[in-house]
Design a protein around this ligand. Sequence first.
Ligand code: PMP
Length: 370
Amino acid sequence: MAEPGWTPPLRDELQGIEPYGAPQLDVPVALNVNENPYAPSPGCVADIAAAVATAATTLNRYPDREFTPLREALAAYLTREAGVAVTPDQVWAANGSNEVMLQLLQAFGGPGRTAVSFAPTYSMYPEYARDSVTGWVAGRRREDFSFDLDHAAALIGEHRPSVVLLPSPNNPTGTALPPEVVAPLATMLREHGGGVLVVDEAYAEFRRTGVPSALELLADHPNLVVTRTMSKAFALAGGRLGYLAASPAITDALRVVRLPYHLSSVTQAAALAALGHAEELLGAVAELRRGRDELVRYLREAGYDVAESDANFVLFGRFADRHAVWQGLLDRGVLIRETGPDGWLRVSVGTPAEMDAFVTALEAVRDAIG
Ligand code: PMP
């Protein structure tokens, strides 16, 4: 119970703010936070458990502050996945890519500086700006959610942001950014105040064939940062491991703002063991991409508007009352996400059985509410 006569001295801009997060409801079919529906295999679980048991024998000591073996393994993984040489000194990691991006704002944002993104986009970005006391400016995307480089150029010229945050594929729309957008934006930022371009590739492994990663542009753009996560394609959301690749000047700067020993020995051990199973953990990605394409086809045939998706989720609509549709699905045991522009809903790609349950529930809701 709160003491009478005293309220916590919460910063003015935090008064009345609800903590961010999708509802964590116990439902038969959870398709609301873009998780990978396939749990790690028994072999992977055994390796993670063994690695954590070994780490436990030295838990009286602080962890390796530089998490060197993990950085080496992440660099090797990125080199394999994107076909671009990435070295361990270009890699940085933290507890989820959310923390990586907060550290980027702590290092490169701050009072008197501005961060920019383009809506609709990931709703945590303005929170990183708020928490690092960085100014926040939201531009917009085109009606079809593609990126408008002319609009971006105007905004960058006006605000000279020190950080631009761009997810590719974008959440919640699924839209990937072509290199013809990323390269000129990085150049433009260097020429207008020297800002950092953060391409948030949380969903990159789900991109369609032929869509390149922004990692390919790293060598030519010292102000480019590409963030990744083990939470999505890697099926390790509970492990909390996000990372980035950038020039060593950027990874060096992040050492200044990170908390001492921010990555626990347990986290490092679990992530490293999981990386040893990369091929297997990523094995389901091809199936999830097929499921995504099938879902897009189904929804279009059923008459919905569907955004092009390179991610493991699909934005569809449009509904006069999207909340009623969301609630109707939930009443039938299927939880999706009420997010994005008004009239749209976002559904994650699950197992074939989960997708069948979603389709059955959606048809029932359609019959019920028209
Ligand atoms: N970026 C985007 C675009 C996301 O959608 C998410 C998770 N929803 C994240 C980053 C953060 O993921 P994590 O902290 O689990 O790495």
